[in-house]
Design a protein around this ligand. Structure first.
Ligand SMILES: Cc1ncc(COP(=O)(O)O)c(C=O)c1O
Length: 368
Protein backbone atom coordinates (compact mmCIF):
# COMPACT_ATOMS: atom_id res chain seq x y z
CA UNK A 1 0.00 0.00 0.00
CA UNK A 2 1.21 3.52 -0.78
CA UNK A 3 2.39 5.63 2.16
CA UNK A 4 -0.05 8.23 3.45
CA UNK A 5 0.61 11.87 2.54
CA UNK A 6 -0.55 14.23 5.29
CA UNK A 7 -1.62 17.75 4.43
CA UNK A 8 0.74 19.22 6.97
CA UNK A 9 3.37 18.26 9.53
CA UNK A 10 5.77 20.42 11.56
CA UNK A 11 9.52 20.46 10.96
CA UNK A 12 11.14 19.65 14.32
CA UNK A 13 14.93 19.41 14.42
CA UNK A 14 17.45 18.84 17.21
CA UNK A 15 17.39 22.62 17.81
CA UNK A 16 13.70 22.60 18.83
CA UNK A 17 14.26 19.51 21.01
CA UNK A 18 17.32 21.08 22.64
CA UNK A 19 15.56 24.37 23.45
CA UNK A 20 12.41 22.64 24.76
CA UNK A 21 14.55 20.34 26.91
CA UNK A 22 16.46 23.32 28.29
CA UNK A 23 13.16 25.07 29.12
CA UNK A 24 11.86 21.92 30.84
CA UNK A 25 15.09 21.50 32.85
CA UNK A 26 15.97 25.09 33.66
CA UNK A 27 13.10 27.40 32.68
CA UNK A 28 11.59 27.86 36.09
CA UNK A 29 11.81 30.39 38.92
CA UNK A 30 13.62 33.49 37.75
CA UNK A 31 13.94 31.99 34.23
CA UNK A 32 10.25 31.12 33.82
CA UNK A 33 9.62 33.81 31.15
CA UNK A 34 13.09 33.78 29.50
CA UNK A 35 12.12 31.96 26.29
CA UNK A 36 8.84 33.90 26.08
CA UNK A 37 10.70 37.24 26.05
CA UNK A 38 13.19 35.90 23.49
CA UNK A 39 10.39 34.56 21.29
CA UNK A 40 8.61 37.93 21.33
CA UNK A 41 11.86 39.79 20.54
CA UNK A 42 12.72 37.49 17.62
CA UNK A 43 9.21 37.83 16.21
CA UNK A 44 9.21 41.64 16.55
CA UNK A 45 12.50 41.75 14.67
CA UNK A 46 11.23 39.42 11.94
CA UNK A 47 8.03 41.42 11.45
CA UNK A 48 9.56 44.85 12.05
CA UNK A 49 6.96 45.91 14.63
CA UNK A 50 7.38 47.67 17.96
CA UNK A 51 5.36 45.40 20.25
CA UNK A 52 4.53 41.70 20.47
CA UNK A 53 2.74 39.57 23.07
CA UNK A 54 2.99 35.79 22.77
CA UNK A 55 -0.32 34.03 23.43
CA UNK A 56 -1.74 30.53 23.74
CA UNK A 57 -3.49 30.89 20.35
CA UNK A 58 -4.33 33.26 17.54
CA UNK A 59 -7.97 33.09 18.66
CA UNK A 60 -6.94 34.41 22.09
CA UNK A 61 -4.83 37.18 20.52
CA UNK A 62 -7.82 38.26 18.38
CA UNK A 63 -10.15 38.12 21.39
CA UNK A 64 -7.92 40.37 23.50
CA UNK A 65 -7.15 42.77 20.65
CA UNK A 66 -10.82 43.29 19.83
CA UNK A 67 -11.70 43.60 23.53
CA UNK A 68 -9.03 46.31 23.82
CA UNK A 69 -10.63 48.15 20.86
CA UNK A 70 -13.79 48.26 23.01
CA UNK A 71 -15.85 46.02 20.71
CA UNK A 72 -19.02 44.85 22.45
CA UNK A 73 -22.79 44.43 22.24
CA UNK A 74 -24.44 46.52 19.51
CA UNK A 75 -21.22 46.77 17.48
CA UNK A 76 -20.66 45.27 14.04
CA UNK A 77 -17.44 43.73 12.74
CA UNK A 78 -16.97 43.17 9.00
CA UNK A 79 -15.06 40.10 7.80
CA UNK A 80 -14.93 37.81 4.79
CA UNK A 81 -17.50 35.02 4.54
CA UNK A 82 -14.62 32.69 3.60
CA UNK A 83 -12.86 32.00 6.85
CA UNK A 84 -11.99 29.59 9.61
CA UNK A 85 -14.52 29.90 12.47
CA UNK A 86 -11.72 31.06 14.81
CA UNK A 87 -11.85 34.57 13.33
CA UNK A 88 -15.53 35.07 14.06
CA UNK A 89 -15.69 33.31 17.45
CA UNK A 90 -14.17 36.24 19.43
CA UNK A 91 -16.59 38.66 17.73
CA UNK A 92 -19.48 36.55 19.06
CA UNK A 93 -17.90 36.11 22.50
CA UNK A 94 -17.67 39.91 22.78
CA UNK A 95 -21.39 40.19 22.01
CA UNK A 96 -20.86 41.96 18.66
CA UNK A 97 -22.47 41.12 15.32
CA UNK A 98 -20.37 39.70 12.46
CA UNK A 99 -21.14 41.03 8.99
CA UNK A 100 -19.97 38.57 6.35
CA UNK A 101 -19.02 40.00 2.96
CA UNK A 102 -17.86 38.33 -0.24
CA UNK A 103 -14.30 37.54 -1.33
CA UNK A 104 -12.43 38.49 -4.48
CA UNK A 105 -12.35 35.72 -7.10
CA UNK A 106 -8.54 35.80 -7.47
CA UNK A 107 -7.13 36.25 -3.93
CA UNK A 108 -10.04 34.58 -2.06
CA UNK A 109 -9.62 37.43 0.46
CA UNK A 110 -12.15 40.09 1.52
CA UNK A 111 -13.53 42.32 -1.28
CA UNK A 112 -12.85 45.99 -0.34
CA UNK A 113 -15.83 47.23 -2.40
CA UNK A 114 -18.18 44.94 -0.43
CA UNK A 115 -16.57 46.13 2.80
CA UNK A 116 -17.37 49.77 2.10
CA UNK A 117 -20.95 48.88 1.13
CA UNK A 118 -21.40 47.06 4.46
CA UNK A 119 -20.26 49.91 6.73
CA UNK A 120 -22.93 51.33 9.07
CA UNK A 121 -22.73 53.69 12.06
CA UNK A 122 -22.31 50.55 14.21
CA UNK A 123 -19.20 49.23 12.41
CA UNK A 124 -16.32 49.05 14.92
CA UNK A 125 -13.69 47.03 13.02
CA UNK A 126 -12.85 45.36 9.72
CA UNK A 127 -10.89 42.11 9.86
CA UNK A 128 -8.54 41.40 6.96
CA UNK A 129 -7.69 37.69 6.90
CA UNK A 130 -4.79 36.73 4.63
CA UNK A 131 -6.25 33.39 3.67
CA UNK A 132 -3.84 30.52 2.87
CA UNK A 133 -1.01 33.12 2.79
CA UNK A 134 -2.71 35.19 0.04
CA UNK A 135 -2.68 38.90 0.75
CA UNK A 136 -5.71 41.15 1.25
CA UNK A 137 -5.85 44.42 -0.69
CA UNK A 138 -4.38 46.31 2.26
CA UNK A 139 -3.98 49.75 0.59
CA UNK A 140 -7.67 49.82 -0.29
CA UNK A 141 -8.76 48.52 3.10
CA UNK A 142 -6.58 51.01 5.01
CA UNK A 143 -7.97 53.85 2.84
CA UNK A 144 -11.55 52.72 3.59
CA UNK A 145 -10.71 52.49 7.30
CA UNK A 146 -9.27 56.02 7.27
CA UNK A 147 -12.26 57.42 5.37
CA UNK A 148 -14.69 56.04 7.94
CA UNK A 149 -12.53 56.10 11.08
CA UNK A 150 -12.64 52.30 11.48
CA UNK A 151 -9.59 50.20 12.45
CA UNK A 152 -8.37 47.42 10.14
CA UNK A 153 -7.33 44.33 12.06
CA UNK A 154 -5.10 41.74 10.37
CA UNK A 155 -5.64 38.06 11.07
CA UNK A 156 -2.31 36.80 9.73
CA UNK A 157 -2.67 33.32 11.25
CA UNK A 158 -1.88 31.80 7.86
CA UNK A 159 0.46 34.48 6.54
CA UNK A 160 3.92 34.00 8.03
CA UNK A 161 6.26 34.78 5.12
CA UNK A 162 3.76 36.91 3.20
CA UNK A 163 4.80 40.47 2.35
CA UNK A 164 2.69 43.35 1.03
CA UNK A 165 4.57 46.27 -0.55
CA UNK A 166 7.66 45.63 1.62
CA UNK A 167 5.66 45.22 4.84
CA UNK A 168 5.11 41.82 6.39
CA UNK A 169 1.52 40.64 6.70
CA UNK A 170 0.28 41.38 10.19
CA UNK A 171 2.40 44.54 10.59
CA UNK A 172 0.15 46.89 8.59
CA UNK A 173 -3.20 47.22 10.41
CA UNK A 174 -4.11 48.51 13.88
CA UNK A 175 -2.94 45.15 15.19
CA UNK A 176 -2.06 41.76 13.75
CA UNK A 177 -2.43 38.22 15.06
CA UNK A 178 -0.63 34.96 14.24
CA UNK A 179 -1.16 31.26 14.88
CA UNK A 180 1.55 28.76 15.77
CA UNK A 181 -0.75 25.74 15.75
CA UNK A 182 0.93 22.49 14.69
CA UNK A 183 -0.24 22.94 11.11
CA UNK A 184 1.36 26.38 10.62
CA UNK A 185 4.64 27.46 8.97
CA UNK A 186 6.06 28.28 12.43
CA UNK A 187 4.75 26.10 15.24
CA UNK A 188 4.82 25.83 19.01
CA UNK A 189 2.20 23.05 19.05
CA UNK A 190 -0.48 25.54 20.06
CA UNK A 191 0.36 29.22 20.29
CA UNK A 192 -0.11 32.66 18.85
CA UNK A 193 1.11 36.26 18.82
CA UNK A 194 -0.46 39.70 19.11
CA UNK A 195 1.54 42.49 17.40
CA UNK A 196 1.05 46.24 17.09
CA UNK A 197 2.92 49.51 16.70
CA UNK A 198 0.46 51.34 18.98
CA UNK A 199 1.86 51.76 22.53
CA UNK A 200 -1.53 52.43 24.13
CA UNK A 201 -3.13 49.37 22.55
CA UNK A 202 -0.09 47.28 23.48
CA UNK A 203 -0.29 48.28 27.15
CA UNK A 204 -4.01 47.60 27.24
CA UNK A 205 -3.61 44.11 25.74
CA UNK A 206 -0.63 43.40 28.02
CA UNK A 207 -2.82 44.14 31.06
CA UNK A 208 -5.72 42.13 29.62
CA UNK A 209 -3.36 39.20 28.98
CA UNK A 210 -2.26 39.25 32.61
CA UNK A 211 -5.73 38.87 34.16
CA UNK A 212 -6.32 42.59 34.03
CA UNK A 213 -3.32 43.60 36.12
CA UNK A 214 -1.92 46.95 34.98
CA UNK A 215 1.82 47.10 34.34
CA UNK A 216 2.18 49.93 36.85
CA UNK A 217 0.26 48.05 39.56
CA UNK A 218 2.57 47.25 42.47
CA UNK A 219 -0.05 45.63 44.71
CA UNK A 220 0.29 41.83 44.61
CA UNK A 221 -2.61 39.81 43.17
CA UNK A 222 -4.54 43.01 42.44
CA UNK A 223 -6.60 43.03 39.22
CA UNK A 224 -7.48 46.45 37.80
CA UNK A 225 -10.00 45.03 35.35
CA UNK A 226 -11.34 41.65 34.27
CA UNK A 227 -8.85 40.25 31.78
CA UNK A 228 -7.98 37.00 30.07
CA UNK A 229 -5.58 34.11 30.50
CA UNK A 230 -4.21 33.46 27.03
CA UNK A 231 -0.54 33.05 27.87
CA UNK A 232 1.94 30.84 26.09
CA UNK A 233 4.18 28.60 28.21
CA UNK A 234 7.96 28.98 28.39
CA UNK A 235 8.40 25.46 26.94
CA UNK A 236 6.22 26.28 23.92
CA UNK A 237 8.09 29.56 23.46
CA UNK A 238 11.40 27.64 23.52
CA UNK A 239 10.22 25.61 20.50
CA UNK A 240 9.10 28.89 18.91
CA UNK A 241 12.58 30.41 19.35
CA UNK A 242 14.16 27.48 17.52
CA UNK A 243 11.56 27.78 14.74
CA UNK A 244 12.17 31.53 14.40
CA UNK A 245 15.92 30.94 14.10
CA UNK A 246 14.99 28.74 11.10
CA UNK A 247 12.28 31.00 9.72
CA UNK A 248 13.97 31.82 6.40
CA UNK A 249 14.55 28.12 5.70
CA UNK A 250 10.93 27.25 6.67
CA UNK A 251 9.40 29.98 4.47
CA UNK A 252 11.70 29.24 1.57
CA UNK A 253 10.67 25.57 1.55
CA UNK A 254 6.99 26.57 1.47
CA UNK A 255 7.71 28.64 -1.63
CA UNK A 256 9.70 25.83 -3.26
CA UNK A 257 6.83 23.38 -2.71
CA UNK A 258 4.34 25.85 -4.20
CA UNK A 259 6.50 26.36 -7.28
CA UNK A 260 6.82 22.61 -7.80
CA UNK A 261 3.01 22.38 -7.75
CA UNK A 262 2.77 25.34 -10.11
CA UNK A 263 5.06 23.65 -12.65
CA UNK A 264 3.41 20.24 -12.21
CA UNK A 265 -0.09 21.63 -12.70
CA UNK A 266 0.59 24.03 -15.54
CA UNK A 267 -1.82 23.61 -18.43
CA UNK A 268 -4.68 22.34 -16.21
CA UNK A 269 -7.86 24.45 -16.08
CA UNK A 270 -7.33 25.70 -12.54
CA UNK A 271 -6.14 28.62 -10.47
CA UNK A 272 -3.55 28.45 -7.70
CA UNK A 273 -2.78 30.97 -4.92
CA UNK A 274 -1.91 34.28 -6.59
CA UNK A 275 1.18 36.38 -6.07
CA UNK A 276 0.27 39.87 -7.24
CA UNK A 277 2.78 42.53 -8.24
CA UNK A 278 4.44 44.06 -5.18
CA UNK A 279 3.65 41.08 -2.94
CA UNK A 280 5.37 37.91 -1.77
CA UNK A 281 3.15 34.98 -0.81
CA UNK A 282 4.28 32.77 2.09
CA UNK A 283 2.21 30.02 0.45
CA UNK A 284 1.19 28.46 3.76
CA UNK A 285 -1.38 26.33 1.97
CA UNK A 286 -1.22 25.72 -1.78
CA UNK A 287 -4.80 25.51 -3.03
CA UNK A 288 -6.34 24.67 -6.39
CA UNK A 289 -9.60 26.13 -7.64
CA UNK A 290 -10.75 24.40 -10.82
CA UNK A 291 -12.34 26.58 -13.50
CA UNK A 292 -16.13 26.45 -13.54
CA UNK A 293 -16.10 25.00 -17.09
CA UNK A 294 -13.89 22.05 -16.03
CA UNK A 295 -16.90 20.63 -14.13
CA UNK A 296 -14.73 19.13 -11.37
CA UNK A 297 -16.33 19.00 -7.93
CA UNK A 298 -15.08 18.97 -4.34
CA UNK A 299 -16.58 15.47 -3.97
CA UNK A 300 -14.57 14.12 -6.93
CA UNK A 301 -11.41 15.70 -5.56
CA UNK A 302 -11.93 14.24 -2.07
CA UNK A 303 -12.58 10.75 -3.50
CA UNK A 304 -9.57 10.84 -5.82
CA UNK A 305 -7.25 12.00 -3.02
CA UNK A 306 -8.47 9.44 -0.50
CA UNK A 307 -8.08 6.60 -3.03
CA UNK A 308 -4.41 7.59 -3.31
CA UNK A 309 -3.98 7.94 0.50
CA UNK A 310 -3.56 11.69 0.31
CA UNK A 311 -5.16 13.93 2.94
CA UNK A 312 -7.99 15.89 1.34
CA UNK A 313 -8.59 19.20 3.09
CA UNK A 314 -11.59 21.16 1.83
CA UNK A 315 -11.57 24.87 1.03
CA UNK A 316 -13.21 26.76 3.92
CA UNK A 317 -17.01 26.58 3.95
CA UNK A 318 -18.62 30.04 3.96
CA UNK A 319 -19.17 31.03 7.60
CA UNK A 320 -22.69 32.17 6.71
CA UNK A 321 -23.48 28.54 5.75
CA UNK A 322 -22.90 27.39 9.36
CA UNK A 323 -26.08 26.63 11.31
CA UNK A 324 -25.57 29.44 13.84
CA UNK A 325 -25.59 32.14 11.17
CA UNK A 326 -28.05 33.31 8.53
CA UNK A 327 -27.17 31.91 5.09
CA UNK A 328 -26.04 34.63 2.71
CA UNK A 329 -25.71 33.07 -0.74
CA UNK A 330 -25.39 36.50 -2.31
CA UNK A 331 -21.73 36.22 -1.24
CA UNK A 332 -21.39 34.42 -4.55
CA UNK A 333 -17.63 33.75 -4.65
CA UNK A 334 -17.51 32.55 -1.04
CA UNK A 335 -20.33 30.08 -1.75
CA UNK A 336 -19.19 28.98 -5.21
CA UNK A 337 -15.37 28.59 -5.03
CA UNK A 338 -15.27 25.87 -2.32
CA UNK A 339 -17.42 23.58 -4.52
CA UNK A 340 -14.57 23.14 -7.02
CA UNK A 341 -11.48 23.46 -4.81
CA UNK A 342 -9.09 21.53 -2.61
CA UNK A 343 -6.09 22.41 -0.41
CA UNK A 344 -2.87 20.61 -1.27
CA UNK A 345 -0.42 19.06 1.19
CA UNK A 346 2.52 21.30 2.08
CA UNK A 347 5.11 20.63 4.75
CA UNK A 348 8.85 20.97 5.08
CA UNK A 349 9.72 17.34 4.42
CA UNK A 350 7.28 16.76 1.56
CA UNK A 351 9.31 15.12 -1.20
CA UNK A 352 9.34 15.81 -4.93
CA UNK A 353 8.00 12.26 -5.39
CA UNK A 354 5.05 13.07 -3.09
CA UNK A 355 4.34 16.24 -5.07
CA UNK A 356 4.44 14.25 -8.32
CA UNK A 357 1.94 11.78 -6.83
CA UNK A 358 -0.39 14.64 -5.90
CA UNK A 359 -0.16 16.48 -9.22
CA UNK A 360 -0.77 13.20 -11.06
CA UNK A 361 -4.08 12.72 -9.19
CA UNK A 362 -5.19 16.19 -10.30
CA UNK A 363 -4.09 15.58 -13.91
CA UNK A 364 -5.86 12.21 -14.01
CA UNK A 365 -9.13 13.66 -12.69
CA UNK A 366 -8.96 16.17 -15.44
CA UNK A 367 -8.58 13.45 -18.08
CA UNK A 368 -11.17 11.00 -16.66
C1 LIG B 1 -7.40 32.44 9.50
C2 LIG B 1 -7.26 31.86 10.87
N1 LIG B 1 -7.56 32.63 11.93
C3 LIG B 1 -7.43 32.19 13.18
C4 LIG B 1 -6.98 30.91 13.43
C5 LIG B 1 -6.91 30.44 14.84
O1 LIG B 1 -5.64 30.09 15.24
P1 LIG B 1 -5.43 29.31 16.59
O2 LIG B 1 -5.78 27.89 16.35
O3 LIG B 1 -3.97 29.50 16.92
O4 LIG B 1 -6.31 29.95 17.60
C6 LIG B 1 -6.64 30.06 12.40
C7 LIG B 1 -6.15 28.72 12.68
O5 LIG B 1 -6.20 27.79 12.01
C8 LIG B 1 -6.79 30.55 11.06
O6 LIG B 1 -6.49 29.77 10.03
Amino acid sequence: MKSKIYYTKPSITEKEVEYATDAARNGWGEHCYAYIGRFEDLFKRHLNVKYAIATSSCTGALHMGMAALGIGPGDEVILADTNWVATVAPVIHLGAKPIFVDILPDTWCIDPFQVEQAITPNTKAIIAVHIYGNLCEMDELIAIGERHGIPIVEDAAEAVGSVYHDKRAGSIGKFGTFSFHGTKTITTGEGGMFVTNDPVLYNHVLSLSNHGRAQVQSKQFWADMIGFKYKISNIQAAIGCAQLERIDELISKKRTIFNLYKNGLSGLPLQLNPEKKGTINGFWMPTVVFDQEAGITRGQLIDAFSQEHIDARVFFWPLSSLDMFKANESNHNAWDIPNRSINLPSYHDLSIMDIDRITKVLGDIQRS
